[in-house]
Design a protein. Structure first.
Length: 140
């Protein structure tokens, strides 16, 4: 027995008149997928932007705190300098040494609002605490 003979015939098929049917749900599904992807991307970008802004705000806050501390220290130094410059003993020493001023004599004193000179007995009644002391050494 032998093997049966096989024969192949070529059949020409003409599909030129066929049109592919459109799936009515394909466009809707694609639109939903694209919209969902864009929404997720927007949420991720928003979260990243918020995180970057949070970090940037922290840097600005630290910079502002450092500037505030610097201004406070500068203000403290200015107040100390002002107190030193307004010290009556320092002013008295500078007036005597640099400007050559001296305490007025008793006959040269005239109280404010009065036209008569002050006598030496009135001057003696002023307590010693109210008169400026003469400092031994004071720096400028």
């Amino acid at each position: 027995m032998g093997t049966p003979a096989q024969a192949y015939w070529v059949k020409r098929i003409d599909n030129s008149r066929l049109r592919r049917e459109r799936d009515p749900d394909y466009l809707h599904e694609t639109g939903v997928l694209v919209a969902g992807t864009l929404a997720c991307l927007a949420i991720i970008l928003l979260c990243a932007w918020l995180q970057f802004e949070f970090v940037h705000s922290g840097y600005r806050l630290e910079e502002t705190r450092a500037r505030y501390e610097k201004v406070l220290e500068w203000n403290r130094n200015l107040r100390l300098e002002q107190a030193a410059l307004l010290d009556p003993m320092r002013i008295d020493l500078l007036a005597r040494s640099r400007l050559g001023m001296a305490e007025p004599a008793a006959h040269e004193l005239t109280p404010l609002g009065s036209t008569r000179p002050v006598s030496s007995s009135e001057l003696a009644r002023v307590p010693a605490q109210a008169r400026p002391e003469k400092p031994s050494s004071l720096t400028d």
